[in-house]
Design a protein around this ligand. Structure first.
Ligand code: ADP
Length: 483
């Protein structure tokens, strides 16, 4: 399985053409599993971004004017071109991001599902006629694409985070300028390659890389951009939302989480342990919906800890994501490893017990062992700050009310999970949790057909599902008089 170098596109994509940064400067991209260099990307700033926005603005009227079916045809062709190279694209994704190859394939396939879903959903952008209070007038409500959409995306899902924004934008008739994360640019730039291949009209999709704050400022301040869609940290989301607000642009924000995972006395513990593995250790703990705090009821605390420990030993293998059987790739960079190590040390300093893991394995690359700590308490960093790595910390609780209170005791509100059998309890807890996504006896719940969005400081708006088009559309009321 070697990297197909034709897919390592080291230029940006503006108005249907490949380009370097105006300054000629580049940024290096490396493989987190080995530390080896993969290539470089252009270090663009405001001027290149402004050109990309101008191209998207120029392409907008013709793209908007196409029928939904014609846009869907382009989108399905784009998906076919991605699926034709699934193996190679998965190797590329694993090489720049680190996740195991099977997860990389799963991510790209999910990205395609988002685009195909929206391609069809675009045919169902219905309007309304409203009974008129005037005998001689009629009221018509239609929906129109907002215009140029600018997107900024993170490194942990370098394909699918883009796909679900791109799918919604293209289907609704918007054009797009996107900026992927510096660590994982190539999985984004491949969309330029496939756009070229299928003959997507120039300017409909543009991709810039480089100086994130400068690119973000141009996106927020350029009058042609009508919407900013961002997935990333709450810190950067707040910066962008404030700047977009000054210029009255629509925003969608998918931000950080601090997901609780509650195991009640009546839970199926085997199911809970397996769900915990999937929810906590997928992508080595680097997803914004990863379980971060495990609240386990006193009666099953020891039994659950034992089951989770065994499941970790049986199911988790650390290594280069390109190797067979590996489930835990490297973390994205050195800073990520240091954060996990700091959370583990803090937990142990404050009275936690190390059950398994806790160290960097003795190998090159930014790895950290899957780690289980019991005896966690609310004063620990892991209780309030997303670890974004392979640390499972188990907290003990006694009553249902206590669990709900602890789970909601955070400024975040993205995903949460709980395991219980009693139907009344399931409904009570489901309704009491202040989260946008609730997994009841399930540890992984993302799908293109369901909405994805956070409460509180985890964000604004929803992606995926029939709701995912709303943010890309303006509602227009027309009054037809003199009838
Ligand atoms: P993470 O912790 O996942 O890296 P970030 O919020 O830092 O989260 O990064 C998510 C995306 O936001 C990346 O594409 C990154 O380049 C971009 N980004 C970071 N800082 C800024 C900024 N000041 N303005 C615009 N984009 C930014």
């Amino acid at each position: 399985m070697s990297l197909n170098s034709a897919l390592v596109k080291q230029q940006v994509y503006i108005n249907g053409a490949w380009a370097d940064a105006d300054s000629g400067q580049t940024i290096a991209v490396s493989n987190p599993a080995t530390g080896e260099s993969i290539g470089t990307i252009p270090y663009c700033g405001r001027s290149e971004t402004a050109r990309a926005i101008a191209a998207a603005e120029a392409a907008f009227p013709a793209w908007k004017a196409l029928t939904a079916e014609a846009r869907a045809d382009f989108m399905h062709k784009l998906c076919d071109a991605v699926m034709d190279q699934l193996e190679d694209l998965a190797v590329l994704l694993t090489t720049e991001m680190g996740k195991p190859l099977a997860e990389a394939k799963g991510e790209i396939t999910l990205g395609v599902k988002y685009i195909r879903f929206f391609a069809e959903e675009g045919k169902r952008i219905y309007g309304d006629t409203i009974p008129s209070p005037w005998a001689d007038r009629r009221i018509l409500v239609t929906k129109e694409p907002v215009g140029v959409v600018a997107s900024i995306t993170p490194w942990n899902f370098p394909n699918s985070m883009i796909a679900r924004k791109l799918g919604a934008a293209l289907a609704s008739g918007c054009t797009m300028v996107m900026k992927p994360a510096e660590f994982t640019p190539y999985s984004a730039l491949i969309y330029g390659l496939v756009a070229d291949k299928i003959g997507l009209p120039a300017g409909v999709l543009n991709i810039v890389t480089g100086d994130a704050p400068a690119i973000g400022e141009e996106m927020c301040e350029n009058p042609a951009v009508r919407k900013i869609t961002f997935t990333g940290s709450t810190r950067v989301g707040k910066l962008l939302a404030a700047n977009a607000g000054k210029n009255m642009k629509k925003i969608s924000m998918e931000l950080g989480g601090n997901a609780p995972f509650i195991v009640f006395d009546d839970a199926d513990l085997d199911r809970a342990a397996n769900g915990a593995i999937a929810s906590k250790f997928r992508n080595s703990g680097q997803t914004c919906v990863c379980a971060n705090r495990f609240y386990v009821q006193a009666g099953v605390y020891d039994a659950f800890a034992e089951k989770l420990k065994s499941a970790m030993a049986e199911q988790l293998t650390v290594g280069n994501g390109l190797e067979d059987g590996v489930t835990q790739g490297p973390l994205i960079n050195e800073a990520a490893v240091e954060k996990v190590a700091a959370h583990v040390q803090d937990a142990l300093d404050k009275g936690g017990t190390l059950v398994t893991g806790g160290h960097r394995p003795d190998r090159t690359g930014t790895y950290f062992e899957p780690t289980l700590v019991t005896g966690a308490s609310q004063d620990m960093k892991v209780a309030h700050d997303e670890t974004f790595g392979p640390l499972a910390a188990l907290f003990k609780f006694d009553t249902e009310d206590e669990a709900i209170k602890l789970a909601n005791d955070t400024e975040y509100g993205l995903a949460c999970y709980f395991y219980a059998q009693d139907l009344g309890r399931c409904f009570r807890v489901m309704e009491a949790l202040q989260y946008g996504l609730v997994g009841v006896n399930e540890g992984v719940i993302t799908t293109e057909v369901a909405p994805f969005g956070g409460f509180k400081e985890s964000g604004i708006g929803n992606e995926g599902s029939k709701y995912g088009l709303d943010d890309y559309l303006n509602i227009k009321y027309s009054c037809l008089g003199g009838l």
